[in-house]
Design a protein around this ligand. Structure first.
Ligand SMILES: [Zn+2]
Length: 645
């Protein structure tokens, strides 16, 4: 194993003195005249912590460079070569190692009750395990049942996480039903008052969590209005329900029935359905735990159709497979039960990695939802009763590095993009999270050679089974810093219960919603057959609708001449002010998360699907100017680097 020098220099001694003086400052005289030290919780002391990481290879999603990082008060204060820093600083020599932004696990379930069982990990043990694996932020879920208040459920989860979590976390709230006037107004309150910018929708778990198509559409519409991202469990619950009954009638009761009740096309169909609905409603959509080649391909097909869809495979799908469901040992097979199931096709992992490498899938989660073997045993006689869930919050980074970076499928920058940066962008935490830069949160990982074999006996989760049992990994976290404090090093974990913060997430992440708002400006064509529009245009003093909703007269004339109706802007001489105008409220500080740029439809009226300033119709902004000698391309050849994928 590689060693890492974590020096307690004389400077570090000064820090101890500083901490001691702070402690002394709150010393209070007791009634008998002696001083008793009022202990400051370590997580408050951490605000005094100063750390200098020297000579590491800093990896962001767009660059690798050698530099120092100086951390103070939980924030990265500076990044650069040979930093001059104040005295009293703990120095860590990272020469020869990578320094990465702390991982963001986009999918965990801590302290959840699901299928009549409680997860083995709560927010304390679960976030401990996360930190030990280099993950410094988890995105968890508020599970609710039909009839329950979303807001009350959210508050209950907060009360079970706030005093326990050791790393920062966010929540997505599950929508188990859509009741007009109730669900939508609670969604509204959650976004506006409680820092929720994403909701979870299930297409599986019939009669429990599954939403029917009309409810899915209603939730998608509400999400679009709020600028909140729908994240979707995509499997066809009706077909699964039929398959389960069929298999049980045939006498199949073991975990192999779980796999066979949920074939790949059941997953792929749901992906195609939800992406179609989202595209029609003009809402982005995020597919969680993409676990099959077919589902990944369905995402690619949807993207080809112009859908704004993002996909998250999970560590289990990369580092394990579905052949385990046929294992003779019931406990072993049941330990792999999750939904959608892992696939017995062993090329699935490589396929998913290739999709990540090519940018077709963007993030990786763990779906860490651990049930002890005793709880899994609820389904001993009926595979459909086995609580669904596997581990992965600790192993996620190591598994992806081993399976994708070592064989050269991903480089370290892509690794960072997939394990943190893209998630931060999609869920509107960027650049606070997912980047090593001045002003970002001091969540970082010193990453280097750490060869070991993954075993349940020495993992940090409370679970008693590990789906990666026996997997050899070569790299791992050597030092983990969360909110500016060293929480993991060669001596193990030094976490503080309750030091993790709930991260409120603003809606309208510009990375998702920019193009959606542009698309909203493309209105359907209506033909003015009774001449009313023309009359209105001739009476300018009459009150005009602020939004012209019909094509100009020239379009109608062209149509009446037997020509195909034209897009308004294609008609020569049509003044630009007659083009459909935006009907959305303008961007303000309140409704946008991060600064963004804004482009309208092109002069030809074509939807602007790219960030680029030209489109494939060939129309240019200066087409109306005479004597044009050259096409002005405003962006450099090869495109700009401002996109995220
Ligand atoms: Zn899940």
């Amino acid at each position: 194993m590689a060693t890492l020098t974590s020096k307690s220099t004389t400077a570090a001694a000064v820090v101890d003195t500083a901490a001691a003086s702070v402690t002394a400052a709150v010393s209070q005289p007791t009634t008998n005249g002696t001083l008793s030290l009022k202990k400051i919780p370590i997580h408050l002391q951490s605000s005094q912590n100063r750390v200098l990481i020297k000579n590491g290879k800093i990896v962001n999603d767009d660059a690798i460079f050698k530099a120092d990082i100086y951390v103070e008060d939980g924030i990265i204060k500076d990044v650069g070569p040979h930093l001059i820093v104040p005295g009293g600083v703990k120095t860590i020599d990272a020469n020869g190692f990578f320094v990465l932004p702390g991982g963001i696990d986009t999918h965990t379930h801590m302290n959840a009750t699901f299928m009549n069982a409680k997860t083995a990990d709560d927010f304390y043990s679960g976030t401990r395990a996360a930190l030990a694996g280099g993950t410094t932020t988890i995105m968890d879920f508020v599970l609710t049942e039909k009839g329950q208040s979303l807001i009350e459920s959210f508050k209950k989860y907060r009360s079970q996480s706030d005093g326990l979590a050791c790393c920062d976390y966010t929540f997505r709230v599950v929508i188990p039903e859509f009741i007009k006037g109730k669900t939508d107004s609670e969604m509204d309150t959650l976004v506006r008052e409680h820092g929720i910018n994403s909701f979870k929708l299930f297409m599986a778990y019939k009669d429990v969590l599954m939403l029917r198509d009309d409810d899915l559409i209603n939730v998608l519409i509400k999400c679009r209005q709020l600028g909140a991202l729908p994240v979707v469990h995509a499997e066809n619950g009706d077909i699964i329900d039929y398959n389960i009954r069929k298999l049980k009638n045939m006498g199949i009761t073991g975990p192999e029935g779980h796999l066979q009740s949920r074939p790949e096309e059941v997953e792929a169909e749901a992906v195609t359905r939800i992406t179609t609905m989202a595209n029609q409603v003009n809402c982005p959509v995020y597919i969680v735990h993409v676990n099959s080649k077919s589902a990944a391909d369905a995402i690619v097909e949807a993207r080809k159709r112009g859908c704004l869809v993002y996909g998250e495979p999970i560590a289990a799908g990369i580092g394990s497979d579905g052949t385990h469901y046929f294992n003779k040992c019931w406990q072993h097979a049941a330990g792999h039960v999750m939904s959608p199931p892992l696939r017995p096709d062993r090329s699935t992992s490589e396929h998913l990695i290739n999709m990540l490498a090519s940018g077709q899938l963007q993030t990786i989660g763990s779906d860490h939802c651990v049930f002890k073997t005793a709880d899994k045993a609820r389904g001993m006689k009926d595979f459909s009763m086995i609580p669904n869930g596997v581990n992965g919050v600790e192993e996620r980074l190591m598994i992806l590095w081993e399976k994708a970076v070592r064989p050269g499928k991903l480089d370290p920058r892509q690794f960072v993009a997939i394990t943190s940066t893209n998630a931060a962008k999609i869920f509107n935490l960027y650049p606070r999270k997912g980047r090593l830069a001045k002003g970002s949160d001091a969540d970082l990982v010193i990453w280097g050679p750490k060869p070991h074999v993954i075993r349940a006996e020495n993992h940090n989760s409370n679970g008693d089974f590990n789906i990666f049992e026996g997997t050899q990994v070569s790299f791992g976290p050597l030092v983990v810093i969360s909110n500016g404090r060293v929480v993991f090093d060669e001596n193990g974990l030094h976490v503080v219960q309750g030091s993790g913060r709930f991260l409120p997430c603003a809606p309208n992440s510009s990375f998702l919603w920019h193009s959606i708002r542009d698309r909203e400006r493309t209105l359907p064509i209506r033909i003015d057959r009774d001449g009313k529009d023309e009359q209105q245009q001739q009476q300018p003093n009459q009150q005009q609708p602020t939004v012209p909703r019909t094509p100009p007269t020239a379009t109608v004339a062209a149509a009446q001449n037997g020509n195909t109706p034209l897009i308004p802007s294609m008609v020569p001489g049509t003044p630009p002010q007659q083009f459909p105008q935006t009907i959305e409220p303008p961007y303000t500080k309140e409704n946008m998360g991060t600064p963004n740029f804004y482009k309208g439809t092109t002069r030809s009226g074509v939807r602007n699907l790219q960030d680029s300033s030209f489109n494939l119709s060939g129309a240019q902004i200066d087409d109306d100017k005479i004597g044009k000698t050259a096409i002005r391309v405003q962006n450099p050849p090869g495109g700009r680097s401002s996109g995220i994928w």
